[in-house]
Design a protein. Structure first.
Ligand SMILES: O=C(O)CCC(=O)C(=O)O
Length: 283
């Protein structure tokens, strides 16, 4: 049920090589991929990273999570709708909502917490398709997140778009495509990522007006068709590109398997990042 580029893959044992300024036509989106992305609002490149590379990235995110935990010890805590957040400088660490839980759910931004994650931002397999999706040859990073979804504990993400979060900080919200890098095989059981096919075509949609603090960020269910959801059941190392206006979410992880993912968001070069306000051009 997804648009996978047949035969795409990388040589076994390839390292996480940053882009060197050369453009590879092979990595760019084919016309078919561009048409699929325009219609669906998402695109999958399965197994873009080798098992060895995925292992390196898992190690990097676990180290980054340890560093995030240390930062959180001296950060400023606040609670929204029962969810605990800690800000340390411009880094936000979100904990699982279970009362008293010290399990990290999300870290944003995360790339500064491990050099391997910083290098990943320049990886040609991500940057080349992003050039087509942003519509610019020169790119910068907008934001980057680590979603951990630990076994039996990782909570779900309600249906939402990213664009309403960002539209107040950015004048080019139509040029902020995301890529989710699956660090574990994703299944229905471990709460795979889900996208509402075609929901990106109507810009920012209204949120829920239920009087809660975060309700406005969850998309009004009357404005999209849940039947159009596509579960991203993908092998570890796969890339899921998706539009900032796509309604997306996921169910809790009820399995013994983790479902970790990085979500990177790009923009045209020269613009500052969402949280640090620094410019992080690519390549
Ligand atoms: O990883 C997921 O299941 C959802 C991620 C998400 O919705 C987000 O990062 O905005």
């Amino acid at each position: 049920m997804y648009c996978q580029l047949e035969g795409f893959g990388n040589a076994p044992g390839a390292d996480l090589t940053p882009v060197d300024g050369l453009s590879s036509p092979f990595m760019r989106l084919s016309e078919l991929e561009q048409r699929n992305y325009a219609a669906d609002g998402f695109l999958i490149r399965a197994s873009a990273f080798t098992p060895m590379e995925v292992e390196t990235l898992r190690d990097a995110v676990e180290r980054a999570a340890l560093r995030a935990m240390q930062l959180a010890e001296s950060g400023a805590t606040y609670v929204l709708d029962g969810k605990r957040f800690v800000d340390s400088g411009y880094t936000t660490v979100q904990f699982e909502p279970e009362s008293g839980s010290d399990t990290i759910r999300v870290v944003e931004p995360v790339h500064e917490l491990d050099d391997r994650l910083s290098n990943l931002l320049d990886d040609i397999r991500i940057v080349e398709p992003m050039r087509d999706l942003v519509g610019a040859e020169h790119l910068a990073v907008w934001t980057d997140k680590l979603n951990l979804k630990r076994p039996f504990e990782g909570s779900g993400f309600g249906w939402h778009q990213d664009s309403p979060y960002w539209v107040h900080d950015c004048d080019h919200v139509d040029q902020l495509p995301n890529v989710l890098i699956a660090l574990d095989a994703a299944s229905e059981e471990n709460g795979c990522f889900r996208v509402i096919r075609g929901s990106h075509t109507r810009g920012c949609l209204a949120g829920i007006n239920d009087g809660s603090q975060l309700g406005g960020f969850y998309t009004d269910p009357a404005l999209f068709d849940e039947q159009q959801q596509v579960p991203m059941i993908v092998p570890a190392g796969s890339l899921v590109f998706f539009n900032a206006h796509s309604v997306h979410g996921s169910l809790p992880n009820n399995s013994a398997e983790p479902r970790r993912a990085l979500v990177l968001t790009y923009q045209p070069a020269g613009f500052p990042m969402l949280k640090s306000k620094r410019v992080r051009n690519v390549g």
